[in-house]
Design a protein around this ligand. Structure first.
Ligand code: ADP
Ligand code: ASP
Ligand code: MG
Length: 415
């Protein structure tokens, strides 16, 4: 039987009512004759709430929760032990709900599913997947429910895969099991040309190539996780992004298929915002020390640029739960001329040639209220670093003047 991997995100299992609806949807897929592996995220805001508890537990003995005094940050190993429990709750509840529907289901943690990672706690990378137990259970006719976002390192430690990492679990399992398709269900009916919650007239994108989607995900479009898209591209797994509860093929139901479609479509453009980014600058001679510190601290460096005198880079803070400590270590690492600025974010235009066409770059800069702090251009992306407060308005301006609608109109004029 063809294997289908379905992933349901936190909002899809936010409470028992929603989780039971997911159980009905899984039961329908099973009834259609497919072998089903389901990957679940933690319920609703569970991961954030657990992180909040960890920060409270980390307060010094004489501090009160209310005083909110600066505390040492919780150890990342312990955070992984804690956060991985969120997905265990939803996997077992969903399995119980499947039993209530007369279906044979079994739930597995990431380590039971054979997801082996490196040992970078909080933001681990999957090294290999050995899904033998899943294959055995599918052969017995069971539905397998897997806790997303987690694995086990070679040192047999529990790890988590970075925020939004359940998508990666789903794609990696789909590849390892040779699944026919990987369906990612969330609260949106696919990928849009901007976050539809911020830009109301964002356009639905029914088809996307891996490269464009990966670029979008890397610079902050959280609808699909960047590692998941990278894994899908490498292993040629088609991702189908849908809204939970939607029945594929029904009139009016939309989806986005991310696969190896041709990428030379000028109107396939998106505007992406990434908030909570730190921006680093230093003298160019600090490069080797900065790289060594970034490696030691597991700090990702985006768009690292080194000129004759200065170097610069940005780092997303979403997967740096110990930013306070990291910041202190960077400041103490003797990096000549180091300056660290927070309260900034990244605004990106993603699409074919957007960063190499001077007319696009000129138009993008012209519609910003103030000159950006930094500008980076790549063949598939143009990015600016801006203060957080200006990001959403700038994103709206870019989407209106340079988004897919504007690009399609421009190509009609030149045709
Ligand atoms: P889940 O918890 O199911 O994994 P996420 O919250 O991670 O879901 O992702 C879905 C959210 O992604 C949507 O609610 C939407 O606000 C946001 N989003 C950001 N950029 C986009 C985009 N370009 N297209 C669609 N959704 C987007
Ligand atoms: N629960 C994790 C998070 O909130 C993983 C996920 O949702 O994919 O980041
Ligand atoms: Mg997500």
């Amino acid at each position: 039987m063809p294997i289908v991997v379905q992933k349901y995100g936190g909002s899809s299992v936010a409470d028992i009512g929603k989780l039971r609806q997911v159980a009905d949807q899984v039961a329908r897929t099973r009834a259609a004759g497919d072998d089903v592996v389901v990957v679940v995220s933690a319920m609703g805001k569970t991961t954030d709430n657990l992180l909040g508890l960890a920060r409270q537990a980390a307060l010094p003995p004489d501090a009160t929760v209310e005083s909110g005094s600066a505390a040492p940050e919780p150890a990342k190993r312990e955070l992984d032990m804690l956060l991985s429990t969120g997905e265990r709750v939803s996997m077992s509840l969903l399995s119980i709900a499947m039993h209530a529907r007369g279906l044979d289901a079994v739930s597995f943690t990431g380590s039971q599913s054979g997801i082996i990672t490196n040992d970078r706690h909080f933001d681990a990378r999957i090294i290999e997947v050995r899904p033998h137990r899943i294959e055995d259970e599918l052969a017995r006719g069971r539905i397998v429910i897997v806790a997303g976002y987690q694995g086990m390192s070679y040192k047999r430690e529990i790890t988590t895969l970075g925020r939004g990492g359940s998508d990666t679990t789903a794609v990696a399992l789909a590849a390892a099991l040779g699944a026919e398709r990987c369906e990612i269900y969330s609260d949106v009916d696919g990928v849009y040309s901007a976050d539809p919650r911020v830009i109301a007239d964002a356009r639905h994108l029914p088809e996307l190539d891996y490269e464009t989607m990966q670029e979008m995900a890397e610079c902050g479009a959280k609808v699909l996780n960047a590692q998941a898209v990278e894994w899908a591209r490498r292993h040629k797994v088609a991702i189908i992004a849908r809204k939970t509860g939607d029945v594929a093929g029904r009139p009016g139901v939309r989806e986005t298929v991310v696969s190896e479609v041709a990428s030379a479509d000028a109107s396939r453009r998106a505007v992406v915002v990434q908030k909570s980014v730190a921006w680093l600058t230093a003298e160019a001679r600090a490069l080797s020390r900065l790289l060594a510190a970034a490696e030691r601290l597991s700090l990702p460096l985006g768009d690292l640029t080194v000129g004759p005198r200065e170097l610069m880079a940005w780092t997303p803070l979403i997967n740096v739960p110990n930013w306070g400590e990291v910041r202190t270590e960077l400041s103490g690492a003797s990096l000549a001329g180091l300056s660290i600025r927070e309260g900034h974010g990244l605004l990106s235009l993603v699409g074919v040639e957007v960063g190499t066409r001077s007319d696009v770059v000129r138009a993008a800069l012209a519609c910003l209220d103030a000159p950006p702090e930094l500008v980076f251009s790549h063949p598939l992306r143009l990015s600016c670093v801006l203060p957080d407060a200006n990001l959403d308005a700038a994103a709206r301006a870019w989407h209106e003047r340079l988004g897919p609608g504007a690009a399609a109109a421009a190509s009609r004029l030149t045709a």
